[in-house]
Design a protein around this ligand. Structure first.
Ligand code: GLU
Length: 372
Protein backbone atom coordinates (compact mmCIF):
# COMPACT_ATOMS: atom_id res chain seq x y z
CA UNK A 1 0.00 0.00 0.00
CA UNK A 2 2.85 2.42 0.74
CA UNK A 3 4.26 3.72 -2.52
CA UNK A 4 7.53 5.43 -3.32
CA UNK A 5 7.14 9.20 -3.22
CA UNK A 6 8.09 9.61 -6.87
CA UNK A 7 5.37 7.18 -7.98
CA UNK A 8 2.75 9.77 -7.00
CA UNK A 9 1.31 12.01 -9.66
CA UNK A 10 1.21 15.22 -7.65
CA UNK A 11 2.95 15.73 -4.29
CA UNK A 12 2.56 18.59 -1.82
CA UNK A 13 5.48 18.95 0.60
CA UNK A 14 5.07 21.18 3.65
CA UNK A 15 8.09 22.43 5.57
CA UNK A 16 7.66 23.90 9.04
CA UNK A 17 9.41 27.03 10.35
CA UNK A 18 11.36 25.23 13.07
CA UNK A 19 12.79 22.87 10.46
CA UNK A 20 13.61 25.51 7.86
CA UNK A 21 14.88 28.43 9.90
CA UNK A 22 17.76 28.73 12.31
CA UNK A 23 15.80 30.79 14.85
CA UNK A 24 18.80 32.18 16.73
CA UNK A 25 20.32 33.65 13.57
CA UNK A 26 17.16 34.27 11.56
CA UNK A 27 18.43 32.52 8.43
CA UNK A 28 17.53 29.43 6.38
CA UNK A 29 19.45 26.37 7.57
CA UNK A 30 22.23 25.50 5.17
CA UNK A 31 23.46 23.06 3.85
CA UNK A 32 20.39 21.09 4.93
CA UNK A 33 18.15 23.28 2.71
CA UNK A 34 20.18 22.41 -0.41
CA UNK A 35 19.61 18.70 0.25
CA UNK A 36 15.86 19.23 0.58
CA UNK A 37 15.74 21.15 -2.70
CA UNK A 38 17.78 18.36 -4.36
CA UNK A 39 15.13 15.89 -3.18
CA UNK A 40 12.30 18.04 -4.55
CA UNK A 41 14.12 18.41 -7.87
CA UNK A 42 14.56 14.61 -8.06
CA UNK A 43 10.84 14.05 -7.48
CA UNK A 44 10.08 16.42 -10.33
CA UNK A 45 12.68 14.78 -12.56
CA UNK A 46 11.01 11.42 -11.86
CA UNK A 47 7.79 12.83 -13.32
CA UNK A 48 5.79 14.01 -10.30
CA UNK A 49 4.21 17.46 -10.05
CA UNK A 50 5.71 19.11 -6.97
CA UNK A 51 4.11 21.81 -4.82
CA UNK A 52 5.88 23.29 -1.80
CA UNK A 53 4.07 24.79 1.17
CA UNK A 54 6.71 26.69 3.10
CA UNK A 55 6.45 28.31 6.50
CA UNK A 56 9.21 30.51 7.81
CA UNK A 57 8.21 34.06 6.88
CA UNK A 58 7.63 35.11 10.46
CA UNK A 59 10.67 33.27 11.78
CA UNK A 60 12.91 34.93 9.16
CA UNK A 61 11.38 38.39 9.43
CA UNK A 62 11.20 38.79 13.19
CA UNK A 63 14.95 38.55 13.49
CA UNK A 64 15.45 41.20 10.80
CA UNK A 65 13.22 43.72 12.57
CA UNK A 66 14.45 42.95 16.05
CA UNK A 67 11.44 41.23 17.59
CA UNK A 68 12.26 39.05 20.60
CA UNK A 69 11.60 35.30 20.66
CA UNK A 70 8.30 34.03 22.00
CA UNK A 71 4.72 34.55 20.84
CA UNK A 72 4.04 37.80 18.96
CA UNK A 73 0.86 39.90 18.85
CA UNK A 74 -0.89 39.61 15.48
CA UNK A 75 0.29 42.95 14.07
CA UNK A 76 3.90 42.16 14.91
CA UNK A 77 3.75 38.72 13.34
CA UNK A 78 2.18 40.31 10.25
CA UNK A 79 4.99 42.87 10.09
CA UNK A 80 7.55 40.10 10.53
CA UNK A 81 5.88 38.09 7.75
CA UNK A 82 5.97 41.10 5.42
CA UNK A 83 9.73 41.25 5.80
CA UNK A 84 10.44 37.53 6.02
CA UNK A 85 8.32 36.45 3.04
CA UNK A 86 10.72 38.27 0.70
CA UNK A 87 13.69 36.37 2.12
CA UNK A 88 11.74 33.11 2.10
CA UNK A 89 10.66 33.43 -1.53
CA UNK A 90 14.17 34.43 -2.52
CA UNK A 91 15.71 31.41 -0.79
CA UNK A 92 13.38 29.03 -2.64
CA UNK A 93 13.65 30.78 -5.96
CA UNK A 94 17.46 30.89 -5.89
CA UNK A 95 17.79 27.26 -4.77
CA UNK A 96 15.45 25.99 -7.49
CA UNK A 97 17.05 28.20 -10.12
CA UNK A 98 20.45 26.70 -9.28
CA UNK A 99 18.91 23.35 -10.27
CA UNK A 100 17.35 24.65 -13.47
CA UNK A 101 13.83 24.93 -12.03
CA UNK A 102 11.57 27.99 -11.98
CA UNK A 103 9.66 28.63 -8.73
CA UNK A 104 6.45 30.65 -8.44
CA UNK A 105 5.18 32.29 -5.26
CA UNK A 106 1.52 31.80 -4.33
CA UNK A 107 0.18 33.48 -1.17
CA UNK A 108 -3.23 32.18 -0.12
CA UNK A 109 -5.83 33.24 2.39
CA UNK A 110 -8.49 31.05 3.93
CA UNK A 111 -11.16 32.29 1.50
CA UNK A 112 -9.05 31.27 -1.47
CA UNK A 113 -9.53 27.64 -0.57
CA UNK A 114 -12.99 27.81 1.01
CA UNK A 115 -14.95 29.80 -1.60
CA UNK A 116 -15.53 27.78 -4.73
CA UNK A 117 -15.07 30.61 -7.19
CA UNK A 118 -11.70 31.60 -5.74
CA UNK A 119 -10.85 27.95 -5.25
CA UNK A 120 -11.12 27.39 -8.99
CA UNK A 121 -8.85 30.38 -9.63
CA UNK A 122 -6.20 29.10 -7.23
CA UNK A 123 -6.45 25.64 -8.79
CA UNK A 124 -6.07 26.99 -12.32
CA UNK A 125 -3.01 29.01 -11.35
CA UNK A 126 -1.38 25.95 -9.78
CA UNK A 127 -2.27 23.76 -12.78
CA UNK A 128 -0.81 26.32 -15.17
CA UNK A 129 2.45 26.59 -13.21
CA UNK A 130 2.74 22.80 -12.94
CA UNK A 131 2.03 22.28 -16.64
CA UNK A 132 5.06 24.48 -17.32
CA UNK A 133 7.19 22.47 -14.84
CA UNK A 134 7.36 25.35 -12.36
CA UNK A 135 7.27 24.57 -8.65
CA UNK A 136 4.69 26.65 -6.78
CA UNK A 137 5.93 27.75 -3.36
CA UNK A 138 2.91 28.52 -1.20
CA UNK A 139 2.45 30.25 2.13
CA UNK A 140 -0.45 31.86 3.88
CA UNK A 141 -0.79 35.56 3.02
CA UNK A 142 0.03 36.40 6.62
CA UNK A 143 0.25 40.16 6.18
CA UNK A 144 -3.42 40.59 5.33
CA UNK A 145 -5.09 37.62 7.03
CA UNK A 146 -6.70 38.69 10.31
CA UNK A 147 -7.07 36.31 13.22
CA UNK A 148 -10.63 35.18 12.47
CA UNK A 149 -9.93 34.40 8.86
CA UNK A 150 -6.53 32.82 8.94
CA UNK A 151 -5.39 29.26 8.98
CA UNK A 152 -2.64 30.19 11.40
CA UNK A 153 -0.85 26.95 10.72
CA UNK A 154 0.51 25.63 7.48
CA UNK A 155 -0.41 21.98 8.19
CA UNK A 156 -4.05 22.65 7.41
CA UNK A 157 -3.17 25.07 4.63
CA UNK A 158 -1.07 22.32 3.03
CA UNK A 159 -3.96 19.84 3.31
CA UNK A 160 -6.31 22.33 1.63
CA UNK A 161 -3.74 22.84 -1.11
CA UNK A 162 -3.48 19.06 -1.57
CA UNK A 163 -7.25 18.90 -1.83
CA UNK A 164 -7.76 21.79 -4.26
CA UNK A 165 -4.86 20.74 -6.47
CA UNK A 166 -6.03 17.11 -6.62
CA UNK A 167 -2.71 15.87 -5.19
CA UNK A 168 -2.37 12.19 -4.35
CA UNK A 169 0.29 12.70 -1.66
CA UNK A 170 1.03 15.21 1.07
CA UNK A 171 4.20 15.11 3.16
CA UNK A 172 4.43 17.17 6.35
CA UNK A 173 8.10 17.64 7.18
CA UNK A 174 8.06 18.23 10.88
CA UNK A 175 10.15 18.00 14.04
CA UNK A 176 8.83 14.52 14.84
CA UNK A 177 8.98 11.39 12.68
CA UNK A 178 5.32 10.50 13.01
CA UNK A 179 2.54 9.62 15.38
CA UNK A 180 3.27 7.73 18.62
CA UNK A 181 0.92 5.92 20.97
CA UNK A 182 2.15 8.25 23.77
CA UNK A 183 4.67 11.11 24.10
CA UNK A 184 7.97 9.36 23.23
CA UNK A 185 10.06 11.73 25.36
CA UNK A 186 8.07 10.95 28.49
CA UNK A 187 6.88 7.39 28.01
CA UNK A 188 9.43 4.63 27.25
CA UNK A 189 6.66 2.25 26.13
CA UNK A 190 5.49 4.69 23.39
CA UNK A 191 5.26 2.96 20.02
CA UNK A 192 5.66 4.61 16.62
CA UNK A 193 2.68 4.04 14.32
CA UNK A 194 3.78 3.47 10.71
CA UNK A 195 0.36 3.35 9.04
CA UNK A 196 -3.05 4.79 9.95
CA UNK A 197 -5.78 3.28 7.82
CA UNK A 198 -8.59 5.15 9.50
CA UNK A 199 -8.56 8.19 11.81
CA UNK A 200 -10.43 6.78 14.79
CA UNK A 201 -11.15 8.36 18.19
CA UNK A 202 -8.23 6.32 19.51
CA UNK A 203 -5.85 7.89 16.96
CA UNK A 204 -7.12 11.34 17.84
CA UNK A 205 -6.53 10.67 21.53
CA UNK A 206 -2.92 9.72 20.79
CA UNK A 207 -2.44 12.98 18.92
CA UNK A 208 -3.70 14.91 21.91
CA UNK A 209 -1.03 13.38 24.09
CA UNK A 210 1.99 13.04 21.82
CA UNK A 211 3.89 15.34 19.53
CA UNK A 212 5.77 18.55 19.75
CA UNK A 213 4.53 21.36 21.95
CA UNK A 214 6.83 23.91 20.34
CA UNK A 215 5.50 24.29 16.84
CA UNK A 216 2.19 26.04 16.31
CA UNK A 217 1.06 23.13 14.20
CA UNK A 218 1.29 20.38 16.83
CA UNK A 219 0.10 16.80 16.37
CA UNK A 220 -3.57 17.77 16.75
CA UNK A 221 -3.45 20.06 13.72
CA UNK A 222 -1.56 17.37 11.82
CA UNK A 223 -4.43 14.97 12.42
CA UNK A 224 -6.87 17.68 11.27
CA UNK A 225 -4.75 18.02 8.14
CA UNK A 226 -4.78 14.24 7.67
CA UNK A 227 -8.58 14.20 7.77
CA UNK A 228 -8.75 16.79 4.99
CA UNK A 229 -6.08 15.04 2.93
CA UNK A 230 -7.43 11.49 3.11
CA UNK A 231 -11.00 12.65 2.44
CA UNK A 232 -9.79 14.29 -0.76
CA UNK A 233 -7.92 11.20 -1.90
CA UNK A 234 -4.35 12.06 -0.87
CA UNK A 235 -2.10 9.86 1.25
CA UNK A 236 -0.42 11.92 3.97
CA UNK A 237 2.92 11.34 5.66
CA UNK A 238 4.32 12.90 8.82
CA UNK A 239 8.11 12.71 8.54
CA UNK A 240 11.15 14.12 10.27
CA UNK A 241 12.21 17.17 8.27
CA UNK A 242 15.46 18.11 9.95
CA UNK A 243 17.54 15.16 8.73
CA UNK A 244 19.73 15.33 5.60
CA UNK A 245 17.77 14.71 2.38
CA UNK A 246 14.53 14.20 4.29
CA UNK A 247 12.44 13.10 1.28
CA UNK A 248 15.01 10.64 -0.02
CA UNK A 249 15.16 9.24 3.52
CA UNK A 250 11.43 8.41 3.36
CA UNK A 251 11.92 6.21 0.30
CA UNK A 252 14.96 4.64 1.96
CA UNK A 253 12.86 3.46 4.87
CA UNK A 254 13.13 6.19 7.51
CA UNK A 255 10.26 5.96 10.00
CA UNK A 256 7.19 7.97 9.01
CA UNK A 257 3.47 7.74 9.69
CA UNK A 258 1.35 7.32 6.58
CA UNK A 259 -2.36 8.09 6.63
CA UNK A 260 -4.03 6.17 3.85
CA UNK A 261 -6.63 7.82 1.60
CA UNK A 262 -10.15 6.58 1.10
CA UNK A 263 -9.91 6.70 -2.70
CA UNK A 264 -8.13 8.60 -5.44
CA UNK A 265 -8.47 12.42 -5.76
CA UNK A 266 -10.81 12.41 -8.78
CA UNK A 267 -13.16 9.88 -7.16
CA UNK A 268 -13.13 11.91 -3.95
CA UNK A 269 -13.96 15.14 -5.80
CA UNK A 270 -16.71 13.45 -7.78
CA UNK A 271 -18.24 12.05 -4.61
CA UNK A 272 -18.25 15.56 -3.15
CA UNK A 273 -19.88 17.01 -6.28
CA UNK A 274 -22.50 14.24 -6.42
CA UNK A 275 -23.33 14.91 -2.78
CA UNK A 276 -24.14 18.61 -3.27
CA UNK A 277 -27.81 18.80 -2.37
CA UNK A 278 -28.61 22.10 -4.01
CA UNK A 279 -27.41 22.43 -7.56
CA UNK A 280 -27.64 26.03 -8.77
CA UNK A 281 -29.00 25.50 -12.27
CA UNK A 282 -28.76 23.28 -15.29
CA UNK A 283 -27.06 22.94 -18.65
CA UNK A 284 -29.00 21.16 -21.40
CA UNK A 285 -26.54 19.58 -23.83
CA UNK A 286 -26.88 18.09 -27.32
CA UNK A 287 -26.59 14.38 -28.06
CA UNK A 288 -22.96 14.65 -29.17
CA UNK A 289 -21.92 16.41 -25.98
CA UNK A 290 -23.86 13.88 -23.87
CA UNK A 291 -21.95 11.06 -25.58
CA UNK A 292 -18.63 12.86 -25.18
CA UNK A 293 -19.27 13.46 -21.47
CA UNK A 294 -20.19 9.83 -20.89
CA UNK A 295 -17.00 8.72 -22.61
CA UNK A 296 -14.96 10.82 -20.17
CA UNK A 297 -14.52 14.09 -22.10
CA UNK A 298 -15.01 17.62 -20.80
CA UNK A 299 -18.08 19.69 -21.70
CA UNK A 300 -17.34 22.45 -24.21
CA UNK A 301 -19.62 25.44 -24.85
CA UNK A 302 -20.34 24.19 -28.37
CA UNK A 303 -22.35 21.29 -26.93
CA UNK A 304 -24.61 23.43 -24.71
CA UNK A 305 -28.16 24.03 -26.03
CA UNK A 306 -29.91 25.72 -23.14
CA UNK A 307 -28.80 27.35 -19.90
CA UNK A 308 -30.94 27.45 -16.76
CA UNK A 309 -29.40 29.98 -14.42
CA UNK A 310 -28.50 31.89 -12.52
CA UNK A 311 -25.30 30.24 -11.37
CA UNK A 312 -21.78 31.43 -10.73
CA UNK A 313 -18.45 29.94 -11.70
CA UNK A 314 -17.69 27.24 -9.14
CA UNK A 315 -21.33 26.27 -8.51
CA UNK A 316 -22.58 22.73 -8.99
CA UNK A 317 -25.05 22.48 -11.91
CA UNK A 318 -27.13 19.62 -13.29
CA UNK A 319 -26.26 18.44 -16.79
CA UNK A 320 -29.26 17.24 -18.81
CA UNK A 321 -29.42 15.17 -21.98
CA UNK A 322 -31.68 16.28 -24.93
CA UNK A 323 -34.55 14.20 -23.46
CA UNK A 324 -34.24 16.09 -20.13
CA UNK A 325 -32.75 13.16 -18.21
CA UNK A 326 -30.02 14.03 -15.72
CA UNK A 327 -26.63 12.86 -16.96
CA UNK A 328 -24.87 14.04 -13.88
CA UNK A 329 -23.65 17.07 -11.97
CA UNK A 330 -20.62 19.18 -12.55
CA UNK A 331 -18.64 22.02 -11.09
CA UNK A 332 -19.19 24.73 -13.68
CA UNK A 333 -16.25 26.90 -14.78
CA UNK A 334 -18.38 29.74 -16.18
CA UNK A 335 -21.02 32.13 -14.85
CA UNK A 336 -24.51 31.57 -16.32
CA UNK A 337 -24.35 34.90 -18.19
CA UNK A 338 -21.24 33.78 -20.10
CA UNK A 339 -22.73 30.31 -20.63
CA UNK A 340 -25.84 31.95 -22.10
CA UNK A 341 -23.81 34.23 -24.34
CA UNK A 342 -21.42 31.61 -25.69
CA UNK A 343 -23.53 28.43 -25.75
CA UNK A 344 -23.37 26.55 -29.01
CA UNK A 345 -20.24 28.37 -30.14
CA UNK A 346 -16.84 26.98 -31.01
CA UNK A 347 -13.75 28.20 -29.13
CA UNK A 348 -12.57 30.29 -32.11
CA UNK A 349 -15.97 32.01 -32.38
CA UNK A 350 -15.92 32.77 -28.66
CA UNK A 351 -12.43 34.21 -28.95
CA UNK A 352 -13.59 36.46 -31.81
CA UNK A 353 -16.61 37.69 -29.80
CA UNK A 354 -14.96 38.06 -26.40
CA UNK A 355 -11.57 39.29 -27.58
CA UNK A 356 -9.83 36.55 -25.62
CA UNK A 357 -10.04 32.78 -25.59
CA UNK A 358 -11.27 32.44 -21.97
CA UNK A 359 -11.57 28.98 -20.52
CA UNK A 360 -12.01 26.17 -22.95
CA UNK A 361 -14.20 23.83 -20.92
CA UNK A 362 -17.45 24.77 -19.33
CA UNK A 363 -17.19 21.67 -17.11
CA UNK A 364 -13.85 19.90 -16.81
CA UNK A 365 -14.06 16.09 -16.99
CA UNK A 366 -12.57 15.73 -13.49
CA UNK A 367 -15.35 17.96 -12.17
CA UNK A 368 -18.18 15.82 -13.51
CA UNK A 369 -20.06 13.25 -11.38
CA UNK A 370 -22.45 10.91 -13.22
CA UNK A 371 -25.76 9.55 -11.97
CA UNK A 372 -26.18 5.81 -11.54
N1 GLU B 1 2.69 31.25 7.68
C1 GLU B 1 3.59 31.23 8.79
C2 GLU B 1 4.99 31.70 8.36
O1 GLU B 1 5.37 31.55 7.25
C3 GLU B 1 3.78 29.87 9.42
C4 GLU B 1 2.58 29.16 9.91
C5 GLU B 1 3.00 27.84 10.57
O2 GLU B 1 3.99 27.84 11.32
O3 GLU B 1 2.38 26.81 10.32
O4 GLU B 1 5.76 32.19 9.14
Amino acid sequence: MIRRLASHRRIVVKIGSATLVDGARGIVRQPWFGGLVDDLASLQAAGADVIVVSSGAIALGRHAIGLARGPLPLEQSQAAAAVGQIALAHAWSAAFQARGIVAGQVLLTLQDTEERRRYLNARNTLDTLLARKCIPVINENDTVATSEIRYGDNDRLAARVASLSGADALVLLSDIDGLYTAPPAKDPTARHIPVVEKITAEIEAMAGAAGSELARGGMVTKIEAAKIAVASGAAMAIALGGRENPLKAIDEGAPVTWFLPAGDPVTARRAWIAGQLEPHGALHVDAGAARALRSGKSLLPAGVRRVEGPFARGDVVIVRAPDGAEIGRGLVAWDSSDAERFKGLKSAEIAALAGHSGRAEIIHRDDMAFVG
